[in-house]
Design a protein around this ligand. Structure first.
Ligand code: ZN
Length: 221
């Protein structure tokens, strides 16, 4: 049985107090930290890169789950592997040869994930599915935090869960975008086991520790 995972997205944290935020999330039982990398090209926003990831690595005990929302990811995966990424996930829309990039990520000592935009059909991942350690379903259009969950992505999670089961794959099925106390149970029922949480963790009125505790209680209920 694949464990249930809460992966707070670092982009929603207060960067001026990142070490405190990380400690609070870890003490509250977070499983991974999700690092959303945006390049201002594949998506309109610019966020963080390998330098920040390397600093983060120094204060984090949990695995770093790096999600590359960037054009030409093959030019940068080595930098993120060196910066301490444990998992690197690439968008099928940015890869000419998805299986080759997946193998390259693994050769750098990381686990490999693939993901797709809401408008991209699940079948776009078929060539890489037997090779991957993680499939990420975007339940919002990537590029901005705080967006509303798209309920039509429930069927996509169900479809990918069916495919992974048919392959007897132990890959994680992760969801990113609009995940909170209401939407996590829907995606868990559809077959997801890992949940990226931004504002639901870091913008909790009692702080990020309380946010993570609340979300952990939900996935384990
Ligand atoms: Zn992400």
């Amino acid at each position: 049985m694949t464990p249930y995972i809460i992966a707070p997205s670092i982009n929603a944290a207060d960067f001026a107090h990142i070490a405190d935020e990380v400690v609070a999330c870890e003490a509250a039982g977070a499983d991974w930290f999700h690092v959303d990398v945006m390049d201002g090209h594949f998506v309109p926003t610019i966020t963080i890169g390998p330098l920040f990831t390397e600093s983060l690595k120094r204060v984090v005990n949990l695995p770093l789950d790096v999600h590359l929302m960037i054009s030409e990811p093959e030019k940068h995966i080595e930098d993120f592997a060196r910066a301490g990424a444990n998992n690197i996930t690439v968008h099928v829309e940015t890869c000419e040869n998805l299986p080759r990039i997946v193998e390259r990520i693994k050769s750098l000592g990381c686990t490999a994930g693939v993901t797709l935009n809401p408008a991209t059909p699940a079948s776009a991942l078929d060539s890489a599915l037997p090779l991957v350690d993680l499939v990420l379903v975007m339940s919002v259009v990537p590029g901005y935090s705080g967006q509303k969950f798209m309920p039509e992505m429930i069927a996509k999670v169900e479809e990918i869960r069916t495919k992974l089961n048919a392959l007897r794959s132990p890959a994680h099925l992760e969801v990113d975008g609009g995940m909170n106390a209401e939407t996590i149970p829907l995606m868990k029922k559809a077959g997801a086991n890992a949940f990226v949480t931004g504002n639901a963790a870091f913008k909790h009125p009692q702080g990020s520790g309380a946010g993570v505790k609340m979300l952990k209680a939900i996935i384990n209920s």
